[in-house]
Design a protein around this ligand. Structure first.
Ligand SMILES: C[S@@+](CC[C@H](N)C(=O)[O-])C[C@H]1O[C@@H](n2cnc3c(N)ncnc32)[C@H](O)[C@@H]1O
Length: 279
């Protein structure tokens, strides 16, 4: 695989963060346009979002506002310090604010937008499968790009999005791929996967779990895509996923790695993008 597209400054080593019991690299945006976090099982409990460092404070008014937020967070009773760190990071994350302002359900939306900006993937009329779709940021991006059909699947319940079919199901269930295909009712132009297991903080374990999901997604893509279609999957940097890469290279014209700016630099996540499905 060519790493031409990999930004070296983002190549943080795995395990640079303390143990976290949360899907790596993404959390839903709070506030307007975002689902009520408490209403999302798994995502809803801030106790599950642990161990993140906050970003740097901004100068001027933003800094004052951030400090007020920080103090409010700091003095909250009964909240674990890990939850306070998560909340503090959320409050200071520019992509969380942008998602709230622009009506995206998650800051993850900007990852797909930036992947699309880099590789020019999404086109009007496309049929898109979104694996690990909750709370729905990528679904929104696909629909905004003019997708004619979007089918999303997630372990978590998702609030409906007009124009999309959303399945609440474990994608690793034996019948999940056929259910998604049945909902599509035909071949797809794109299979995108932001699937992220809860991380344990153990580098090797986390890497193996995310690669297993990415491999499952890749095999599904090869069974589902039209010739010329594309596949995106979240993976972790710094591990050996040569089986996945060899599989993608054998089935697609071009395979690249790319870490969008919206992917936090301290997160080990990156994305593999496979274009031009050979059919
Ligand atoms: C990073 S989040 C996805 C964010 C989404 N792309 C967005 O834009 O809102 C990862 C999602 O993968 C889901 N997930 C993890 N393992 C899964 C599985 N086995 N089956 C279905 N969904 C899974 C999690 O529930 C979580 O919602």
């Amino acid at each position: 695989m060519s790493d031409d597209d990999q930004k070296p400054e983002d190549a943080t080593p795995d395990g640079s963060e303390p143990a976290e019991n949360q899907p790596d690299g993404e959390t839903p945006a709070a506030g307007e346009g975002a689902p009520d976090q408490a209403g999302l099982p798994g995502w809803g409990s801030s106790d599950k979002r642990r161990g993140r460092r906050s970003g740097p404070m901004k100068k001027g008014g933003d800094a004052r506002a951030a400090k007020q937020m920080f103090e409010r967070v700091k003095t909250a009773r009964g909240r674990k310090s890990s939850s306070t760190r998560w909340l503090q990071r959320q409050l200071n994350d520019p992509y969380v604010k942008k998602a709230q302002m622009e009506g995206y359900r998650s800051r993850a939306a900007y990852k797909l937008l930036q992947l699309d900006e880099r590789f020019k993937l999404l086109k009007p009329g496309m049929r898109v499968v979104d694996l690990g779709s909750a709370p729905g940021g990528w679904v929104q991006v696909a629909l905004k790009s003019g997708a004619s059909e979007v089918v999303g699947i997630d372990l978590l319940e998702m609030e409906a999005i007009a124009g999309a079919t959303l399945l609440e199901k474990d994608f690793t269930d034996a019948d999940a791929p056929s259910l998604v295909k049945a909902e599509m009712g035909g071949a797809a132009d794109a299979v995108v996967s932001d699937l992220a297991p809860w991380t344990t903080g153990h580098k090797t374990t986390d890497h193996l779990r995310i690669v297993a999901l990415a491999e499952l997604a890749a095999h599904f893509a090869v069974e589902t895509l039209k010739p010329g279609g594309f596949f995106i999957a979240k993976v972790f940097q710094g591990g050996s996923d040569s089986d996945l890469l060899n599989f993608l290279k054998a089935n697609f014209e071009k395979v690249r790695h790319f870490k969008p700016d919206a992917s936090r630099s301290e997160s080990a996540e990156t994305f593999v993008v496979a274009m031009g499905f050979k059919g």
